[in-house]
Write a protein that binds this ligand. Structure first.
Ligand code: PRT
Ligand code: ZN
Length: 283
């Protein structure tokens, strides 16, 4: 049995649960529960506040966990990180009042800055040779300048609308973050084996999300050109159609190149192009 800690309720919760389900692991989740057990994998899930997850994993109360890099690094536990998970992306940024003068980070020399991330901020300022007065507050950081508590703030930003609606202007990125899988460093053989199984499944899920399965019809004369556009996992599958001189081609394309490839396929003579999501991709 391996014990996984995830956030009970907040910005990480939904995607953490989704990832576990996409790994083919079933469990009954009730929002009031503190823990639950999977029905088809030796996994127990603990529901915690995100700030407690790195410490619990470091101490072995939980074996593995899902948490934002911002919290992990702020707590000085980045050595626990095992795998980036690609969701809950955000940045820790410095912001000043909209009308305030700002040239570069040296503008903050001697100023006061409110934040919930004093360690990340201190490290950033030190690297820039700036000394400022850091006020650590646990919430509602964005209102600090308007109530006269600080000259600037250092807070988590994703869309940027919270800063704008509080009359603030983002001026520096201090740290970029996404959700990560973390693990205790002395898991032992059995738990490590289960962790490797989970990692294998997570990788298959992530690969599949980045790929699309493409099916198309083409005249046989267009196949050499189309083959060059569709590398697939090895090479495309080609199946003859009932109609003489035509074939069906099946392949996998990367999400990043997707629109570009579809356009070129059409130009090369492809017809009836179907694009299908892939659930899992192994190897
Ligand atoms: O109760 P608990 O302690 O578990 O939760 P929490 O309130 O401390 O954390 P939560 O759920 O807000 O965030 C969990 C994690 O999600 C963070 O540690 C980040 O890694 C990540 N994340 C991603 C964010 C955001 N996006 C985000 N936008 N965390 C916070 N915010 C907040 C930010 O603090 C600010 O108030 O959203 C506001 C800014 O959002 P925009 O879109 O207006 O820029
Ligand atoms: Zn928290």
């Amino acid at each position: 049995m391996i014990r996984l800690a995830i956030q009970k309720s907040g910005r990480l919760s939904e995607d953490s649960l989704k990832l576990i389900r996409e790994c083919g692991i079933s469990f009954i989740s009730t929002s009031s529960k503190l823990k639950t057990e999977a029905t088809n994998f030796p996994l127990e899930i603990l529901f915690l506040r995100d700030d407690d997850i790195p410490g619990y994993v470091a101490d072995g109360v939980a074996d593995i966990g899902i948490v934002g890099q911002n919290v992990l690094v702020e707590e000085g536990l980045q050595k626990l990180s095992v795998k980036n998970l690609g969701f809950s992306k955000c940045r820790l940024s410095l912001a000043v009042s909209k009308g305030a003068e700002y040239q570069d980070v040296t503008t903050l020399q001697g100023k006061s800055i409110a934040t919930s991330y004093p360690n990340l901020l201190q490290e950033f300022l030190t690297s820039k040779g700036v000394e400022a007065d850091i006020h650590t507050i646990s919430g509602s950081v964005e209102i600090a300048p308007s109530i006269g508590l600080a000259d600037a703030v250092c807070d988590i930003v994703s869309s940027g609308s919270t800063l704008i609606s509080n009359g603030l202007r983002e001026v520096e990125t201090v740290f970029k973050s996404e959700a990560v899988l973390i693990a205790n460093q002395n898991l032992g053989q059995e738990k490590n084996r289960l962790l490797q199984q989970l990692l294998f499944r997570m990788e298959a899920v992530q690969k599949a999300q980045k790929s699309k399965y493409v099916v198309l019809n083409a005249p046989n004369s267009a196949i050499p050109e189309i083959k060059k556009l569709l590398p697939g996992i090895k090479s495309p599958t080609i199946i003859p159609l009932a109609e003489e001189g035509w074939s069906s081609l099946h392949s996998v394309v990367n999400e990043d190149d997707f629109w570009d490839i579809i356009q070129k396929l059409k130009e090369a003579g492809a017809e009836g192009i179907l694009v299908v999501p892939i659930e899992k991709m192994i190897g």
